[in-house]
Design a protein around this ligand. Structure first.
Ligand code: ADP
Length: 198
């Protein structure tokens, strides 16, 4: 049986431009972009019980507890539109979440992981600019630095893991949206055709 699903993940430091690129990749592959950050923010905005539970955590730049985050992703991946594949953005964010996702996918692993690289000073500058434009509560300088630290400690180590699995596509995140999108497209095509040929 040919596997026609496309399961993707985009990973990179806060401010690397994952959300922007995620939308483009998802459209190209006809799969939903699933961002845990967006799900949490929508719930905060809507004043739901989940939103109330996570608001203070997110505003301080900490990670939402794994048990809660894993459950939300499991529910989302069970929805009909994710059956033919998906692009995850912002999850998994630590080793525990990688194991949880492996369990959800039941042996059908991710096809490719796009690592969007950007240096810390560049991303902090971007986020401070976004703070002026969008007013996100977790975009103050102190919280931005804290989110970068958490990324370095908990999320960056996952890169090695995905590299060992042979599914990592590393892309330079500096440049215009179009330049970065073109790099991602080239890298993903190479990775997916290599995988299909195996
Ligand atoms: P960023 O660009 O800063 O990474 P996100 O929208 O991905 O922004 O996440 C914003 C916040 O939402 C995180 O700082 C964290 O508090 C929470 N969050 C998002 N995804 C996860 C996750 N997988 N596990 C735990 N917390 C998460």
């Amino acid at each position: 049986m040919t596997d026609t699903t496309t399961r993707l993940l985009i990973i990179g430091p806060p401010g690397a431009g994952k959300g922007t690129q995620a939308a483009q990749i998802a459209e190209r592959f006809g799969v939903p972009a699933i961002s845990t950050g967006d799900i949490f923010r929508a719930n905060i905005k809507g004043g739901t019980p989940l939103g109330q539970q996570v608001q203070a955590i997110i505003e301080s730049g900490e990670l939402v507890p794994d048990s809660l985050t894993n459950e939300i992703v499991a529910d989302r991946l069970n929805q009909a539109d994710a059956a033919a594949g998906f692009l995850l953005d912002g999850y998994p964010r630590n080793v525990e979440q990688v194991h949880a996702l492996d369990g959800m996918l039941d042996g059908e692993s991710l096809d490719a992981v796009v690592l969007l690289e950007a240096d810390v000073d560049a991303v902090v500058a971007r986020l401070l600019k976004r703070a002026e434009l969008e007013g996100r509560a977790d975009d103050t300088e102190e919280v931005i630095r804290h989110r970068q630290d958490i990324y370095a400690e908990q999320t960056a180590p996952l890169v090695k893991l995905f590299s060992e699995r042979g599914i990592l596509v590393t892309v330079d995140g500096l440049g215009t949206v179009e330049e970065v999108a073109a790099r991602i497209a080239t890298g993903l095509d190479a990775q997916l055709s290599a995988k299909a040929g195996r």
